[in-house]
Design a protein around this ligand. Structure first.
Ligand SMILES: [Zn+2]
Length: 284
């Protein structure tokens, strides 16, 4: 196995399914994707997941829309949101762009459509018409799930109008929580590490990037970096729901975790690198 960024042979990581690049620090996971498989889907309560993440997502989406408006070409009008999920980004961007969403999870897409949002069921770019092009293409927590990421980037290049903008919002391997989870995994506590990779979820992460190796990869597929920034990975809003959403968590354990995060980790995160990065690129 070689690194998808720099072609260096990958080294064994912290688990049988985890590999890291000794040269550029790219990380990969051999975790299976199972969107629309009923058995795995039943394991998480979509409604609980939706509520618990909403406050943080909406806050971050407003930031990303403002950044996109700032860095996109002046006349940019049409925006495609790949993996639009519940449609929150479509709602946040609708005032600034003519929006279109694509979502592979049929149940999630149907719920967003029922709320009047422009969402097509399917994968990118198969769900698009042959001649369709966009001024902006956005991936919110999506690109790190796509096994053949180079093919996805080539499709973005092909589907963007000249001078179009690609917006990637994804977890960072330099983030405080991810680095702590690796520290815990090294001493045998694998829970946080597996949770951050979303092991056992319908669509786990298969890549972990930092801003440098991501820009190297995206740059090699015909894009120039416009802007790269970190955004908040944790807020106090919805924290309790996030801790208890996976079920089987003892209330006392959840309470201890809540206190730890609220009183220790949350203030600390302000001092360290955030776990979420947003990178904006222009098509060459
Ligand atoms: Zn590499």
């Amino acid at each position: 196995m070689t690194c998808i960024v720099c072609q260096t042979p990958l080294s064994a990581g912290l688990s049988g399914w985890h590999h890291t690049c000794p040269s550029c620090a790219y990380e990969s996971a051999a975790l299976a994707v199972a969107i629309n498989h009923a058995a795995e889907h039943a394991e998480i309560d979509e409604d609980t997941r939706e509520t618990s993440l909403k406050a943080l997502r909406q806050q971050n989406f407003r930031t990303i829309v403002a950044l996109t408006r700032q860095y996109a070409a002046p006349g940019a009008r049409t925006l495609l949101d790949v993996g639009s999920a519940h449609g929150w980004f479509l709602e946040a961007a609708a005032g600034a762009f003519e929006v279109q969403g694509i979502e592979p999870d049929e149940a999630v897409a149907a719920k967003a459509s029922a709320r009047g949002l422009p969402v097509r069921i399917g994968y990118f770019p198969q769900a698009l018409k042959a001649e369709e092009r966009f001024d902006v293409i956005v991936f919110n927590d999506v690109i790190e799930h796509i096994p053949d990421i180079r093919a996805a980037l080539r499709d973005c290049h092909n589907r963007l109008a000249p001078g179009g903008t690609l917006v990637l919002n994804l977890p960072s391997s330099r983030g405080l929580f991810y680095r702590l989870s690796k520290l815990f995994a090294r001493v045998g506590l694998r829970g946080p590490f597996e949770r951050l990779w979303q092991k056992g979820m319908p669509s786990p992460h298969v890549h972990y990037f930092n801003p440098d190796n991501l820009t190297r990869l995206v740059g090699s597929e015909g894009f120039d970096l416009l802007h790269s920034t970190e955004i908040d990975a944790v807020t106090a809003n919805g924290l309790w729901q996030r801790l208890t959403m996976f079920g089987q968590v003892h209330p006392l354990k959840a309470a201890v975790q809540w206190l730890g995060i609220r009183c220790v980790l949350l203030p600390l995160t302000k001092l360290f690198t955030s776990d979420i990065i947003v990178c904006l690129y222009r098509k060459r």
